[in-house]
Design a protein around this ligand. Sequence first.
Ligand code: PRX
Length: 653
Amino acid sequence: MSETASSQIDNVMHEDRLFPPSREFATRARIGSAEQYQEIYERAKNDPHGFWDEIAKNELHWFEPYTSVLEGETTNVKWFAGGKTNLAYNCLDANIAAGHGDRIALIWEGEPGDQRTLTYTELHTEVCKFANALKKLGVGVGDVVSIYMPMTPEIAIAMLACVRIGAVHSVIFAGFSAEAIADRNHDASAKVQLTSDGLWRRGKCIPLKETVDKALEKSPTVEHCIVLKRCENECNMQEGRDHWWHELVQSASEDCPATPLDSETTSFILYTSGSTGKPKGIRHTTAGYNIWTKKTFEWVFDYRDEDIYWCTADCGWITGHSYIVYGPLSAGATCLMYEGAPNHPAEDRFWELVEKYKVTILYTAPTAIRAFVKWGDEHVDKHDLSSLRLLGTVGEGINPDTWIWYHEKIGGGRCPIVDTWWQTETGGIMLSPLPGATATKPGSCTQPLPGVVPVIVDETLTPVERNNGGMLCISQPWPGMLRGIWGDEERFKRQYWETFPGNYLTGDNARLDDDGYYWIMGRIDDVINVSGHRLSTIEVESALVSHPNVAECAAVGRPHEIKGQAIAVFVTIKDAEPTDELRDDLRRHVRKEIGALAVPDDIRFTEAVPKTRSGKIMRRLLRDIAAGHEATGDTSTLEDFSVLAKLRESDEQ
Ligand code: PRX
């Protein structure tokens, strides 16, 4: 354990397994060696103008060329100023013009097992028709369209139709409450609401329109609501306000040329919840976002024409925006999209889909992988997963033992894993292995992509030494960066740009190891300070998850008279009884893995840990519970409130 300045974070994770790319993978990859990555990385860092000019000129369609590559800095950055382009054009028309009209863009499977495929030409037609339907209702450039829909092709069609005509979409995950929709609609001054009668989830129809009806009572700016038929359940249609999707598109023309839009036109806003305060509408724009999602998709997933790519995210999150819709479609990829739950009708649904559609690239979240581990290998063993060649993760850190399971059980030991670190705010992937170039280490998101220049500093804004944790910042603008918080310029400045002037503050802690690999240590607010040692949550959690009886775990700090903070852990167990013997064993295990200072003071066994709807552990709530307070703050993103009640009841030791 190093004696470091108090604002630095001690590194207690020791992981030295290394997985170099196989020669076979590297030979075929776009970027096939560490030297090639270094060369591209240096070029992008030292000459961002030249680097991005070459890419943007050749890889996006320009109705009018830009006059500068990059202007301004931090809060007033402009990428490709003066140019005119269109996200939907680059996703659809450009692929058709390149002769790929008959290529399949989307393969879709609904939860009940219904299937559809759409070629690039078919998707283009659907998008044009729906864009015309929106126009007919008076939607134009700058109008906000609120989308609360199931994961059917129509959600992608709706998003693409908006950006085609310069309308700003605000997708709200279709699990949020009426209150949460109304808040977001109000903040965004949404003009039109899109929804469906229902969606299928674990065999049941969830009546979305009912929730929307309640939300619209408190959304005075919304003039129209368009309803897709999905479950054929009864729903109330308000005369004059509500319209059936199929009726609107039936009479709509297929001809809807993409509107040439300034590079910096807002493409969408996406609400993300801060740790305190109301959710913020992260604002992205057009050209920079487009090029960033396209290039990062190509680099990280090393996409090839014969691939079937499956990102299991929902379009309600940034991952769905950037790596189901905009990145893959701009790159001409074939994407699988699935509507429902991973455990319906049984826990092998994902593996059945991989086998059936011969998925080659799978991109999912650690929370899902932990669930698969808990459900048991037998569900995986039923299926032939030999089509897979590359695996990805996003959304949280992945505990090394979970990584190894993913690598061996799902990837058959042959698929590289890309652990991708990024945020709603960054628009696309920032730190990630390149599968043909980077030797991976389980638990590390490895290295920055070309164009990303990270710096890790302590509280005095001094760069920390190797192996010490500190605040992760980004010191140069990149094309996909957020351009603002909708309607709140002050919060935008305060939250991201004031702490370390000139640098973007990510809000995460990280450390760089001796090989130049990045390790994300969790959110800045989540650090646990035990007797002056600052520990990262993921390190304590990873130690516990490496115990055979631990399925999932969340670690938080609680006040302690002597130590400053004590460590409280919430543990979901597998194949074991919640006994004091197990508690002792877990303590011994952490002592062995990390050392005495990380041994948890409180161990609570719980059926599940509270998570946001995107699957992240809500440590803020757990901190309150561990400290004996009522949970406070914004809980609109909490997945299952009953989990909270169960936690309070859980027997604490
Ligand atoms: O804390 C980091 C964590 O998720 C945060 C961003 O969340 P969100 O905006 O919802 O975007 C999620 C999808 C990009 C980050 O600040 N995070 C995301 N990916 C990783 C991660 N933490 C560790 N490793 C990752 N690969």
